[in-house]
Design a protein around this ligand. Structure first.
Ligand code: C2E
Ligand code: CA
Ligand code: CA
Length: 490
């Protein structure tokens, strides 16, 4: 220490600066202070930048990486798996009815469910890229082998929290091909979109709600996008058609009325049955355009029948639950009834049992409103849900259509159920229709069970008006005309 002090004092003594010593010292101090300030600022900037990156890469809710990160890093994840010669796949998940889950249990529970899903996915794919890419959607790049088992495990782990009838996790997958190239975010997006497409078809599949993208799905997706985009053109150009299926009075074996069912004759994609366009339009909440078209077309058919002196029969037509929210369905129906001068007793509204689940109050109101319009309300697919007896208690339906599953599995048990439903409904003052009647044996059973009406291929498939009329003539010639005398327009 002594030597250090001695050498320092000799250095100061020998210091030969042109500036006085105190000036040199002050300048050094100033330089040090400036250095510290600049360094601090720099450190703050780095921290801010890191937070910025974190904010833009990490999903705060679940702690997983987000969409930005996914698009930037998926190519690396794929390259790494390719290097190890591990076949890989994009996956995308959809949480069905999550909106309803949030409405029923609250957002706090909804958030917790998302966090659980994130945790299960991380556990199932510990070394893979797994991200939350938007509200209730997760995506990732995972090894192809055993990913199905891992996904089933995720679903099983979530079962207690996301009860199946309320919300369920479905997976869409795209197995990456050796020739696929991933150069930038656009390439990654294309792969992801294929997994998204597959997820649209995953719900309710035998494969455990896990579906791989293939050529057939690609075509289905094209149809889906087309019907969503061109529903107005389809209405305007009459690509939409009404097919009528007879409903027979079981007692008299005469034609009672028709159910009006939608078909889409497309100039590009050809003939489309309802399952190819109805679910997509229901999701888009534009299905009311189909439903109101069907009723209006019935109105036009009634007008034409009157002009041709043909007999007119009542019709039941289908409405979807979203019709009640997406438009003024009552107003639309009123307009059509007025425009075609339809007697109200000819028009029956079918609402499926599944549409009632979780919406008791608003659906009770809807049934009341239809009754106020003077229309009968029919419950479709009765027995397909889990709370069928409640629906009989809570709603005021005029007719119940027994789900065709009961006749499809035509055994002693199903017969007992049909018998009991018919008896119970009769006591409640509700009439019954059995759907899916395909054999004489089934029809004879329904006569014995006291069912009021029968609908099914035994009599006819749904057909265009001209054809069904020709086919059903033997079932109504001589029967009393259902047409109430034409109303007087004031
Ligand atoms: P849904 O209302 O339950 O209609 C009955 C379906 O069962 C019809 O299928 C009909 O062709 C079929 N079917 C009738 N009898 C038999 C039978 O004996 N055996 C078998 N295996 N099937 C039979 P479709 O026309 O393909 O309609 C399917 C579903 O699409 C309808 O089921 C309905 O939920 C929906 N849908 C059809 N048209 C419309 C519409 O205009 N609006 C709305 N919202 N939904 C519609
Ligand atoms: Ca129906
Ligand atoms: Ca039905």
């Amino acid at each position: 220490m002594d030597t250090l002090l001695t050498s320092l004092s000799s250095a100061l003594h020998s210091y030969q600066s042109p500036l006085p010593l105190y000036v040199t010292l002050s300048l050094s101090l100033l330089l040090i202070a400036a250095y510290v300030t600049i360094w601090r600022r720099y450190a703050r900037m780095i921290k801010k930048y890191r937070n910025y990156l974190r904010y833009h890469e990490v999903d705060e809710q679940t702690g997983l990486k987000n969409m930005t990160y996914f698009l930037q890093r998926a190519d690396e994840a794929i390259a790494e798996l390719r290097e190890r010669r591990v076949p890989a796949a994009f996956f995308y998940t959809d949480l069905t009815h999550f909106h309803r889950y949030n409405m029923t249990y609250g957002f706090e529970m909804g958030n917790r469910l998302l966090q659980r899903i994130a945790r299960e996915l991380r556990l199932a794919f510990p070394n893979s890229l797994v991200c939350r890419i938007s509200a209730d959607h997760f995506a990732g790049i995972v090894p192809l082998e055993s990913c199905r088992v891992a996904m089933l495990n995720v679903r099983a782990a979530l079962q207690p929290y996301a009860r199946r009838e309320e919300t369920t996790l479905v997976f869409g997958l795209y197995a990456i091909k050796p020739q696929d190239v991933f150069r930038d975010a656009d390439d990654v997006m294309r792969g992801l979109e294929r997994a998204v497409t597959a997820s649209h078809f995953a719900e309710g599949q035998d494969s455990g709600d896990i579906v791989f993208f293939d050529k057939e799905l690609e075509e289905q997706e094209r149809v889906r996008e087309h019907v969503i985009k061109d529903i107005d053109v389809a209405v305007e150009q009459r690509w939409l058609r009404v097919y009528y299926q007879p409903i027979i009075d079981v007692r008299t074996e005469q034609l009672f009325e028709y159910e009006a069912l939608a078909r889409w004759q497309d100039p590009e994609f050809g003939f489309l049955p309802p399952y190819k366009f109805i679910p997509a339009l229901e999701e888009e909440r534009t299905i009311y355009k189909v439903d109101t078209f069907i009723l209006a077309q019935y109105g036009r058919d009634v007008e034409a029948s009157r002009r041709a002196g043909e007999q007119v029969f009542p019709v039941s037509f289908n409405i979807s639950r979203t019709d009640l929210e997406a438009c003024d369905i009552y107003g639309h129906i009123e307009d059509i009834i007025a425009r075609y001068r339809l007697p109200r007793e000819l028009v029956h509204v079918e609402i499926t049992e599944s549409a009632l689940n979780g919406w008791t109050f608003s659906m009770q109101k809807a049934v009341r409103r239809f009754h106020e319009l003077g229309l009968e309300v029919w419950m479709d697919d009765f027995g397909s849900g889990y709370s069928s007896l409640n629906t009989l208690k809570d709603y005021d339906f005029d007719v119940v259509k027994i789900d065709m599953d009961f006749l499809r599995n035509f055994n002693e048990k199903s017969q007992t159920i049909i018998r009991s439903v018919c008896r119970m409904c009769r006591e409640l003052g509700i009439r019954t229709v059995a759907e899916g009647v395909e054999t004489r044996e089934q029809f004879a059973f329904l006569q014995d069970a006291g069912c009021d009406y029968a609908q099914g291929y035994l009599f006819s498939r749904p057909l265009p008006l001209e054809e069904v009329r020709a086919k059903m003539r033997p079932y109504y010639e001589g029967a009393p005309d259902a047409t109430v005398p034409e109303p007087v327009v004031t």
